[in-house]
Design a protein around this ligand. Sequence first.
Ligand SMILES: [Zn+2]
Length: 643
Amino acid sequence: MRKRRNLFTILTIFLFSFISNANLPPPENEVLESGNAAEINRFEDSKSLNLGRFPIALPADSVHEFDITKYIIEVKLVPASTTNKFRGHVTIQGKSQITGLNILSLNFVGMVVDSCKVNSSPALFTRNNNLLYINLNGSYNPGNSFAAEVFYHGIPQAGFYFDQNVYGVPVYYSFTEPFDSRYWFPCYDYPHDKATCEVICTVPTGNFVVSNGRLYSVVNNQDGTLTFRWMEIYPIATYLISIAASSFAQIDTFVQLEENRLPVQYWVYPQDSPKAELDFKKTPGMIQFFSGLWGDYPFLPDKYSIVQAELGGAMEHQTCTFWGFPLTGDARYEYIAAHELAHQWWGDWVTCNDFANIWLNEGFASYAEALWQEHEYGPTAFKNHLMAFEGNIFAARNGSVKYPIYNPPTTYLFGTAVYKKGAWVLHMLRQILGDSLFNNGLAYYGQSRSFSSANTEQFKAALESYSGQELDWFFDQWVYSPNYPIYKWSWVYTFVAGKFYLDLSLSQAQVTPPVFSMPVEFKLSTAAKDSDFTIYDTLRNQRLSLVLSSAPTGIVIDPNYKLLSADTVSRYPYLAGDVDNNGLVLMGDIVYLIKILFSGFPLPSPVAAADVNGDCQISLADIIYLVNYFFHHGPWPRLGCPG
Ligand SMILES: [Zn+2]
């Protein structure tokens, strides 16, 4: 007879620590049944709409021919004009990064280019394939700087909108992530080349213009227009450069961050102003909370602001989140405010190097929603938020979740996997590293890539460097591989010779990847107490045997919500009645049962295999039961407890 017990881990648990069983999530298979809902990141859906307009291939990480150091974007908005609403003059300061750069190729779509200049002299240009090529009137070697100017006009086909709000008041605003900035100003429209920025915007009197950074001046041109000059001294990605103009009410508050007083400002439609005060009132507290986690708000001392506009959803422009949701006065979208604010660190301070790494923006901001819930409302709210994410992920199992969160298909750039699974990936990293290493590791990562961009490998390297832990194993399976583990598990126990023997079976049923190697936590309840134990599961099929001093009354997988997984508990996978572990139910099983009880033969595995009458103990009654089965057509053998 094979002694299969030798293959199994045998543990005896002596000490159980008490854990509360309050606030546990409902069984996950309830969520599983929710089916295949559409993938909705409701509050940032419009990013996907933008993407649908311009589904270009994701660029690879690369150094390009030049480095843009500053954009000066002068815009005159003439909404009364039917064909010439938008008049632009953009100055692009940059440096060559190659030998002999003589053509500057910029992304620019639509609108009419009137003329170009280089270093104040007229320059020839051509347009082709959504690119604008400017002849640099000379040859530029690495480090040589240039200033190119583009004068243009028209009506942007996208990226910038002449709209009006529900009160019939005009609202002019930009909204471009990921690729639409090129519709309203010529630029190198990829997030790894950040530059400082000045926005000088002229609008009809009665409008107020909000943009990135700090407002330096407002000039009344005495011709029915005002000119607002905003300056962003911190590097900014093109998709974060923004303008919103309307007849706003301004609400001023602030947050004190050590010695810095940061203005917090809301520009909203006057009719919505009282509701905005209520909806956004926790923003200063959020800034303090996130500053405590990851380091001070990155754009001190300029401002953080929320600006009402007509985009569908919200958008995390640097220092000025645009808000397209209804203002309700009941803070029902507070979690979205947290998400957008968190982007100031993750997205704006540290920007995804390219959109293949978009989870470094969206996964982080989504997890920040949950962190705010945890901080402000406690562990139940936190778990509920993660559980809702998990439900979204299960519902998208045949959609975005089929793909890795790194470099997803373009259609899923803003899908459930990037947002919700991305958040869960961070949550699991937190479990593996512990709160201190995780939080400080994120702050370290932020510092190491501050005001710049990052890719997944740089994030991983920063965490590894800070924690001293190798994390390839984690990133390979959670970031670079699709899906999530599907655990099928079961347990049986019985009692013999003064001890309770519990066998637990854990299998992984997902197809790809075949195995997730993860710590899997269980909560074991006995008559005496509850305790948690962890299996380091690295196998497709795994079994665990425990010897207990009191009867188990229940087991729960992942009781503390540490693992993104679909879990199904089922009957223990074993042929009941096969007492001698030979794969068959024969008369020999009676013989072996007798030897166990009277000759001290080894217990089978699972031990409950010998408890054929299912009365939670191994005794003479089991021999009688098996004899009855074979010779008197008695009932089928059973497999211990729970029955
Ligand atoms: Zn976001």
